[in-house]
Design a protein around this ligand. Structure first.
Ligand code: DX5
Ligand code: ZN
Length: 227
């Protein structure tokens, strides 16, 4: 059940990605992120097929999801997005984000999403090589767009230079849709690249390796939003 309405939060904000967290102490890491002011927590699910790596694919997120007070934002880098979205919604996800490349491969039509995943808050994500125009048909049915600013599959990569222009193009498309759709960016976010993302109209900054594994987590989180 949705505990926080994402549209009632203050933007821009940060969604710490647990991929870079200490896997042995996920609940503690979540608590640390929440204490530092995170209003979202980003859970990266990888199946070893849509992307080469495997992460949080089994039921290991079930306890961490229930321990999270922030918005539970689940990024599904998986081949069978509908089946997996249902599974993670049952586990407590507040927003499930599906890749357009995976939806197209499975032949899922955008307009069928509300019937396939009724009542769920949905996001769509696109890989760096996918033209932003591929998003347009999903905008009437989703609440969030997750722009990948690195190739999905692992943390610690460098922010791709074309990402701000892609973010601006998506922001414009969202405006044309007449709907309120949040724009999130994921990959290579640090205190420098976050400024470029924010100047391009991004609402949510997903950051993993810049935040986790550092003693100054809270000041790093603030530095992403500083003017
Ligand atoms: C990459 C994941 C990201 C990842 C970001 O496939 O979707 O969420 O954790 O990591 P950093 O912030 O290290 O680029
Ligand atoms: Zn992610």
């Amino acid at each position: 059940m949705m505990r926080i309405d994402p549209f009632s939060l203050v933007y821009p904000c940060v969604s710490p990605s647990l991929l870079a967290a200490d896997k042995g102490h996920l609940e503690l890491e979540i608590e640390r992120a929440e204490e530092a002011g995170a209003s979202y927590i980003h859970f990266d699910v990888m199946d070893g097929r849509f992307v080469p790596a495997v992460s949080f694919f089994n039921d290991e997120l079930s306890k961490p999801l229930s321990a999270t007070r922030a918005v539970r934002d689940v990024h599904l880098m998986v081949e069978h997005p509908i089946t997996e979205a249902r599974r993670f919604l049952k586990m407590g996800a507040d927003i499930v984000t599906l890749h357009v490349e995976a939806l197209e491969k499975e032949g899922v039509a955008a307009e069928d999403l509300p019937r396939l995943l009724p009542g769920a808050l949905l996001g769509v994500s696109l890989k760096p090589a996918t033209p932003v125009e591929a998003l347009r048909k999903y905008l009437p049915f989703v609440s969030l767009v997750l722009l990948m600013s690195v190739e999905p599959g692992k943390g610690g990569q460098s922010f791709l230079g074309e990402s701000p222009a892609r973010a601006r193009a998506i922001r414009k498309m969202i405006g044309e849709s007449g709907r309120r759709v949040l724009l999130s960016i994921d990959g290579g976010i640090n205190a420098v690249t976050s400024k470029k993302a924010l100047a391009s109209g991004v609402d949510i900054l997903v950051a993993g390796s810049y935040l986790f594994g550092h003693d100054d987590f809270a000041s790093r989180l603030r530095s992403l939003l500083d003017e």
